[in-house]
Design a protein around this ligand. Structure first.
Ligand code: NAD
Length: 349
């Protein structure tokens, strides 16, 4: 969309808040992309940016992704996201988190926060000191809520299996080689599911200790972060950060499938076309990684139990199938098909 703001990632966001609170050191951006389907929901990322304008880019892109993700998961939620700029020492105290909660509270429920990269369930408890508009809290006797990571992992694993079925005609990942980028919360869960079904895992993380710990758990091997995307494997599963699928990296991929939970994997929309031209089946990120927000939504709206969460997560492969089928019929790549479906759902199609 052309706007006077000059930010290429601005996409008719309803509002973008710049927050600062000098006492606690809080510096954050809260971006609300759409409230068409309900309150804008999406996690808070705690990350150190060398260039603060990268934080804005993240907030704009991630919040739009949440609108699309929530719509495609059939949730009564709009899309938003916040980014807390981590100081150089990457420390976050309870006061900073409470100040962030106060900023969320000030939006009166138009934005609902939860965990994202760098934020934990415990952090959410500090955020809750100042706001009721928060999910991903400790379960406290309920069977929904808590860390969204395992739910995201389950959805990613089921989506990855759907891709394996479609591209390789196999019902199981038994004997397949999966190249796993990242060894954090989502990657860890996907790796455990895949290993339990007999897959072979190659794992890379910039935190070498995390990569080794996960590889030890799943009897996998640690590989270099520069190599993991380009292994001669069956599936690349990106579960770290975004913009890793570029003209250069796509040209070097050797797998027939890319299916992972990281947000914003495509550096540009053209990269979706590049994957399709190379015959690589891509699972659009915000569709395959909706498991966590499904759990968060069920917790926040208090409209179901763990079995409903599971049922909703099990809908992810069906949604992916719809996208791949429409993509095959229309010659548009899966990411473009998913975007068009999501835009229709949020009233912008
Ligand atoms: P996490 O912080 O637990 O793990 C991320 C891991 O990626 C870390 O171990 C980090 O060291 C590693 N990493 C960073 N840059 C890397 C690189 N260049 N190469 C290899 N490893 C690298 O975060 P997470 O919760 O597992 O989230 C992973 C991704 O999934 C993110 O893109 C996140 O936005 C997305 N996601 C997470 C959830 C969730 O429920 N946690 C839901 C949807 C999407």
């Amino acid at each position: 969309m052309n706007t006077p703001w000059g930010y290429p990632d601005f996409d008719a966001h309803e509002v973008v808040h710049f927050v600062s609170e000098p006492e606690s050191g809080l510096c954050a951006i809260i971006a609300i992309h759409s409230t068409h389907l309900g309150p804008a929901a999406g996690g808070a990322r705690f990350w150190h940016y060398d260039n603060p304008s990268d934080a804005l880019t993240d907030a704009l892109r991630l919040s739009r992704g949440m609108s699309y993700k929530n719509a495609m998961a059939g949730l009564a939620l709009g899309g938003g996201k916040s980014v807390i700029l981590a100081p150089a020492d990457r420390q976050k105290g309870p006061e900073l988190l409470a100040a962030f909660g106060k900023a969320v509270e000030g939006l009166g429920g138009r934005y609902v926060t939860a965990e994202d990269v760098g934020m934990s369930v415990t952090d959410m408890v500090d955020v809750r000191r100042q706001t009721q508009y928060v999910a991903g809290l400790p379960t406290e006797g309920s069977d929904v809520g808590g860390d969204p990571g395992p739910h995201t992992s389950l959805g990613v694993f089921l989506g990855l299996k759907a891709a394996v079925k479609r591209a390789l005609g196999k019902d199981s990942v038994d004997g397949l080689h999966i190249a796993m980028q990242g060894a954090g919360s989502v990657a860890g869960g996907v790796a455990m599911h895949a290993a339990a079904e007999g897959a072979r895992l190659s794992i890379a993380d910039i935190d070498a200790a995390k990569a080794k710990a996960l590889a030890d758990k799943v009897d996998g091997e640690v590989v270099a972060t520069d190599d993991v995307l380009f292994l001669d494997a069956d599936v690349v599963s990106p579960n770290a950060l975004g913009a890793i699928l570029t003209e250069e990296s796509i040209a070097r991929l050797k797998t027939p499938i890319v299916a992972g939970g990281a947000n914003n994997q495509l550096a540009t929309p053209e990269d979706g076309q590049r994957l399709a031209k190379r015959g690589i089946l891509y699972a659009p990120d915000y569709v395959i990684n909706a498991g966590g927000i499904i759990n968060v939504c069920t917790e926040y709206l208090a409209d179901g139990d763990a079995s409903l969460v599971r049922e909703r997560i099990e809908g992810i492969p069906t949604r992916l199938e719809q996208i791949w089928t429409e993509s095959a019929a229309s010659a548009r790549d899966p990411a473009a098909v998913a975007d068009a479906m999501a835009q229709r759902l949020i009233g912008r199609g």
